[in-house]
Design a protein around this ligand. Structure first.
Ligand SMILES: NC(=O)c1ccc[n+]([C@@H]2O[C@H](COP(=O)([O-])OP(=O)(O)OC[C@H]3O[C@@H](n4cnc5c(N)ncnc54)[C@H](O)[C@@H]3O)[C@@H](O)[C@H]2O)c1
Ligand SMILES: O=C(O)C(=O)C[C@@H](O)[C@H](O)[C@H](O)COP(=O)(O)O
Ligand SMILES: [Zn+2]
Length: 365
C-alpha cells in the first residue's frame, strides 16, 4: 500500500499471469480515469444505475469533452440489474454503438452495478477492458475488487459470471455522502467479515464507536475501507480464481445467498451476510472449533451497527436446498467457511445435518 497526502493506492494481482491493477481511495479521483481507459479506446460506455443518473450523465459529458465517443447505459437499481435481460440490454447498446475490442466500459455504482458492468465487459467480444468506480461502501471494499463479475438467475445468486479483473478501481469517498444509511450499514457487514477472517483491528475500530461507524463522517471510515480493501487485495492476488484461499472471502455467504434468493433479491446483500455470519459462527462453535467469546462477538458487533441477526425459522428446508448448489459445494458435499479462532478461517466439509439444524435454531426467529 502506498499513501500520499490524499490518495491511498493498493495494488492487486500481478502474480500467476494476471495483470496488476490499483485500487485508489481518496477524493476527486476522476482525473485518473483517462489513464485507466488507456489511449487505444475510441468509445467508452458508462454503465450506471437509475439512482446515479446525474453522475452517469456528468461522467459521459466529461468523457465526450475529452474526445471519446461516450455513451451512458442506465440500468435498474440494485439486484434488478443483475439479470440476463439487463445484460442483453447492455450488449444491444454496445452493438449499436459499434463497440470494439479496444473500447472500454466504466461501471459506476454499487456492487450490483459493477458486478453487471464487469460481466458485460467479460462477455462482450469475449472480453474488453473495464474500470470500476464503486459508489457504495460494499462496492469499494469488496465487489469492485478481485474480478468476480456476474448476474443472478432464478435458481440462485451469482450463478452466471466470469473472473474478469478491472483495469483499475476508483473509490471516491465523497460518493458515500449520498448513500442511504441502510446501504452504508449493509457495506459494514463485509467490513466486519474482513475483521473476523483476517484483520481484527477492524472490529476494535467499530466497537470503539459503532454509531460513528455507521456514517461517512465517522473517524475511522477511511481506515476501515482501506484495511478491508488491503485484505481483499492480498487474498485475491494469490488466488484469483478461487482454487483455495479465496474461499475465506465467502465467510457467511453460504446461508446469505440462500436468504437473498428466498427473498427474491429484495434484501440487501450485506444484511444477508450479517445473518449468514451469525450462522457460520454458531456452526463453528457447535462443531467444536470456535470459542464462545468469538462466536458471541459476532452478534454484538453486528447488532451494534444495526445489522440483522435472525431469519425465519420455518424457511430452513428451502434454504438448505439452495445451499446445496452453493459454489463451494462439491457433488453432494456441503462446504462452509468457519473460524477456528479469530482471524483463523478454515473449511468445514460435510457437517453433521443435526449440527446444521442446531446452528440454524440459534438464529431463527
Ligand atoms: N464481485 C464481488 O466480489 C462482490 C463482492 C461483494 C458483493 N458483491 C455484490 O454486490 C452487490 C451489493 O452491492 P451494494 O451493497 O453496493 O448494493 P447495490 O449495488 O444494490 O446498491 C444499493 C443501492 O444504492 C444505490 N446507490 C449506489 N451508490 C449510491 C450513492 N453513492 N448514493 C445513493 N445511492 C447509491 C444503488 O443504485 C442501489 O439502489 C450484490 O449483488 C453482491 O452480490 C459482489
Ligand atoms: O470475492 C470473493 O471471492 C467473495 O466471495 C466476496 C463476497 O463478498 C462476494 O459476495 C462474492 O460476490 C461472492 O461470490 P460467490 O462466488 O459466492 O458468488
Ligand atoms: Zn459478499
Amino acid at each position: 500500500m502506498s499513501t500520499d497526502q490524499e490518495v491511498t493506492r493498493i495494488q492487486v494481482g500481478g502474480s500467476a499471469g494476471t495483470e496488476p491493477y490499483e485500487v485508489l481511495v481518496g477524493r476527486q479521483l476522476l482525473g485518473e480515469l483517462p489513464a485507466l481507459i488507456g489511449d487505444k479506446a475510441k468509445r467508452v460506455a458508462v454503465i450506471h444505475p437509475e439512482a446515479l443518473a446525474d453522475t452517469g450523465e456528468a461522467l459521459r459529458e466529461d468523457l465526450a469533452a475529452q474526445g471519446y465517443e461516450a455513451v451512458a447505459i442506465q440500468v435498474p437499481n440494485a439486484e434488478e440489474a443483475k439479470t440476463a435481460e439487463v445484460a442483453a440490454y447492455c450488449w444491444k447498446a454496445l452493438g449499436q454503438t459499434g463497440f470494439t475490442r479496444t473500447d472500454v466500459i466504466v461501471g459506476v455504482g454499487g456492487g450490483a452495478t459493477t458486478d453487471l458492468a464487469g460481466f458485460v465487459a467479460a462477455t462482450w467480444l469475449r472480453g474488453v477492458r473495464w474500470v470500476a468506480v464503486p459508489t457504495t461502501v460494499l462496492g469499494m471494499v469488496d465487489a469492485a475488487v478481485g474480478g468476480k463479475t456476474g448476474i443472478n438467475t432464478a435458481e440462485g445468486k451469482n450463478l452466471v459470471g466470469a473472473f474478469h479483473p478491472p483495469a483499475g478501481v476508483l473509490c471516491d469517498l465523497a460518493a458515500l455522502e449520498s448513500l442511504p444509511v441502510h446501504d452504508f450499514v449493509s457495506g459494514l457487514a463485509e467490513i466486519i467479515k474482513t475483521g473476523f477472517i483476517a484483520d481484527p483491528v477492524i472490529l476494535d475500530l467499530i466497537e470503539e464507536d459503532p454509531q460513528a461507524a455507521r456514517t461517512p463522517a465517522g473517524p475511522h471510515t477511511a481506515e476501515l475501507i482501506i484495511r478491508s480493501i488491503q485484505v481483499k487485495a492480498d487474498v485475491v492476488s494469490g488466488d484469483l480464481k478461487e482454487s483455495g484461499r479465496r474461499e475465506i472471502l465467502n465467510y457467511g455467504h453460504t446461508l446469505a445467498h440462500a436468504i437473498e434468493k428466498n427473498e427474491r433479491y429484495k434484501w440487501r446483500h450485506g444484511a444477508a451476510v450479517s445473518v449468514g455470519m451469525v450462522f457460520a459462527a454458531e456452526l463453528g462453535r457447535l462443531a467444536g472449533r470456535l470459542d464462545d467469546a468469538t462466536a458471541d462477538r459476532h452478534r454484538a458487533v453486528l447488532e451494534s451497527v444495526g445489522l440483522p441477526l435472525t431469519y425465519r425459522g420455518d424457511q430452513w428446508p428451502k434454504l438448505l436446498e439452495t445451499m446445496k448448489v452453493d459454489k463451494k459445494s462439491r457433488g453432494d458435499l456441503l462446504r462452509f467457511i468457519v473460524l477456528d479462532g479469530l482471524a483463523k478461517p478454515s473449511v468445514l466439509e460435510g457437517p453433521d445435518p443435526a449440527v446444521l439444524v442446531a446452528a440454524y435454531g440459534e438464529l431463527s426467529a
